[in-house]
Design a protein around this ligand. Sequence first.
Ligand code: NAP
Length: 300
Amino acid sequence: MPQITGTTKLLGVIGNPIAHSLSPVIHNAAIEHLGLDYFYVPFLVKPADLATALDGLASIGVVGCSVTIPHKQAIIPLLANITPLARAVGAVNTIWHTPAGWQGTNTDVAGFVSPLMAMDRDWSQTTAIVLGNGGAARAVVAGCHQLGCSKIQVFGRDIDKLAEFRSSWQEIQLRVTNSDTPTSVIVSTHRWDELPDFIDREDLLIINCTPIGMHPQLDASPIDAEIFAKVGANAIAYDLIYTPRPTKFLQLAAQRGFTAIDGTEMLVQQGAMAFELWLQQPAPVAIMHQALLAYLAARH
Ligand code: NAP
């Protein structure tokens, strides 16, 4: 743990609950590795106290915070400014304080795309299958658009929520990586039971944005072996869940020979990007990843 002195500056994470947060592990490992005079603290903030908490954090000189459930949307009207990307996603996961007040952005999108950008793949030939239509699915849709996926198909179990999800993207334009011109985010939404009709293809990026398969549901998967058997070669399975490692979803994908990516990549990369915003220096990503994996291995 970094040493706290009279000059130590604070970073943190606000959420409710907060005890489960892995962000302190990741950020304090980075701070210690770089020998910085900072400390990253979990702050339990109830929804009714959010505005007061932001004022308080500013008044005691907190430099920046991660923002987690349930504050990612509610915090928006309380901030002086948010980035166009955070506005498009409709969620802020990172804030930093300036003389003009709290600024906000969303690093989940960049965190999600980071392991995908590292791959040599023609994304314009890839269809994204997004399982779930909650908060994380919003960042994933933005990320799939940035990658340039040819289609983004979102699957959910609640027709009203699906319709709301689709219409929320109607006015949104985002830049595709390597292009300066923003283009409309086109999303189609489908009922969960329609999934088998959409997966008989060669080019899929399938992303689990539901909690199905999360610890302790070790044997649950949003897609079963029978459906996986229909998925064409060259698929990528990406699970946002980071415990267990691997999830049943990723085990089934690996059995079919597909590329499998777990949620630790996104978690570390979104944190690394926040770290760089706060501290204006490169984050030690490998150290952060190593600290996370060691912590998870010790816990389970
Ligand atoms: P959320 O806003 O609560 O959304 C969850 C989604 O999953 C909703 O669409 C929900 O459907 C659906 N769902 C839940 N149980 C389901 C079931 N049994 N069958 C079908 N659909 C189901 O949660 P979130 O914030 O998007 O998080 C989703 C997952 O991503 C969580 O496991 C979270 O830990 C993970 N995550 C990981 C990272 C990372 O950095 N790796 C970041 C964010 C989130 P309804 O709306 O119909 O209930």
